[in-house]
Design a protein around this ligand. Sequence first.
Ligand SMILES: [Zn+2]
Length: 235
Amino acid sequence: MFSKGHKFFVLKKRWVAVILLALLIVFGCVICTSAIKTSIQPKPTRCIVIDAGHGGIDGGAIGETTDVTEAYLNLQFALKLKKLCEEYGFKVVLTRKDMKGLYSLFAKNKKKSEMQKRKEIIEKSAADLVVSIHMNSFGLSTARGAQVYYAPESESGKKLATSVQVALHDEIEYAKLTPKEEEFYLLLCSSAPSILVECGFLSNPEEEQLLSSQDYQTKFCYALLYGILKYFAIN
Ligand SMILES: [Zn+2]
């Protein structure tokens, strides 16, 4: 048989347990809610600068069997890649939006003026990365395959270049497996991780045809996007 005092003590203990449990639930909920809130914080929008090489009086390389210019194809690729990147939530800045050159009409040295403009656009955009699009050409028509370049001694450039080169190699026939170092102005003009993609050879008739095809351009740009996404996922 229990005494009244003992019963009161047991009841008191129960109340303490109930209050403690309630406090645990409340604090647990607060912690959970703040954890969920933290996990759904939107990531800051990443900015990608897509640079279509050449333009204006500088058409770049010319097709082996047609008069298609590199400047025109660079822009087609840049516009397609822009659309895909925007669909994936990136902010995209194009250096060149049409076939006009980026140089000042009054500049004596148009090439220098044009490159300066590209640099200004990259700096102003505070780019998270830069992708410059070009088409290759070579004396031997058998040369073919996409090649990605990065600036020597740029660790972030090398990581980005490797990610994109591997993605291209996986998806695009003849694309090289390993990126190369090169001191291109565009790769050196800012601190943003930067790559220059030579999408293929206009001097190779088969590749010229592929590079001019809408389907191939889309497939190629998806591979570029995949490489960019992989780079951002790891870094
Ligand atoms: Zn070029």
